[in-house]
Design a protein around this ligand. Sequence first.
Ligand SMILES: [Zn+2]
Length: 436
Amino acid sequence: MEILSRQLRTMCLSSDVSYHPRCSKLKLTHLVFADDLMIFTRGDLPSVQKATAILSTFSNWSGLTANLEKTDIYFGGVNPTVKDLILERVGIKEGSFPFRYLGYPVNDSRLTMDMYNALILKLQTLKGTYSIQHLSYAGRIQLSRDIFWGRFDSKKKHIFKAWQSICVPWEEGGFQVKDVCIWNKAAMLKWLWHLDRGTGAIWTSWVTKYFLTQCSIWDLAIRDCFFESLRGVLLLRDACIKQLGNVQAVQAMLSNCIIRNKFSVKRAYDSLRCSYPVLVVYKTIHRTTILPRHKIILMLAVQRKLATQDLLITRGITIVNRCYLCKAAAECADHLFFACPYAAGLLTLLQQWIQIPSSITSLFSLLTLHSRGQGSKQHLISCGIGSLVYAVWAERNARAFRDQERSVQAVFSELKFTVTALLASRGPENIFLDID
Ligand SMILES: [Zn+2]
């Protein structure tokens, strides 16, 4: 490709070939994305013929030939007579805007919402497929916020955990989900940093050459003629200055995102997102032996964010609060895990089985006690607690929504089987439990 690049650059040195508008300062003739090549020429026959001649020469030298079936020529503002002449001479079929590249629409003017319809339809179809419907709870939240919140199946779910608290790392009590809006801002800060320093790849060099010759990025006024990506960076610049007070403070903030002379988008993202205190039991919750769906329920239970009846009452969703398991007390997280006689019965059986101290009375203290160490015993206890909390929540939901009941012994037998299978998957040294 280096040879082809040099040929194209040499072509532009001749007097009868010109650069595309606003490409001469950068001597920009072509863009290469993996296997795809985009060549830009002036819309006249000599320029196009020179470009195709170079491709032909390159083909003779390298043996690489453009696939004409996958090659299109696009015109913008070209006289129809000239266009017909070009199409006749070069033998490449005409493409039309908008076209899709890697699934995204490409147009010669600003994209409208209609142009994204095909992409949106594809995503909606993907969400409805069999494989997605059978993803785990954790897998679903990675796929879509809508699915987690219940809009996926047109039924509103009651989630008491704010989206911003889900988009934080495990150790802060989140689900390690990236907030794409904040990530986009962090990525734009990288462009702002490059534009401030006059470094970066083609895009920032191009902006510098054409818009920053008379002023710095901090003084550039937003104009209507600016394209969306530059407007986005400038709007973010103004928002940062407004929030932090002045340009120097924004530059200091950008400097804090530098790791080994490179701008870290991740560090910028971490500085922009909400942050929460470290959850002391997160290591216990995220041991490898706990299933992802167990981790999610365990995390919500510890944070008291499961849709228990005491929380539903606060939103007016229910007016009666009675535990589905014991039918004797009001339901809240502290009751369900494990003041409730049903859940306490399960915990007692688990304690006898894997020798957890019986003095422990709350879920949080149970997890805190076993937050250190990575031995088999710790994995066994974490796995047991994760499975137990999930089993209690599943039994509670079965009684609430499907009118199905199982005895403590039946639930515990299934729990033992699950725990034994999970630990056995870690290696033969963990197969020591009886599952009778
Ligand atoms: Zn109860």
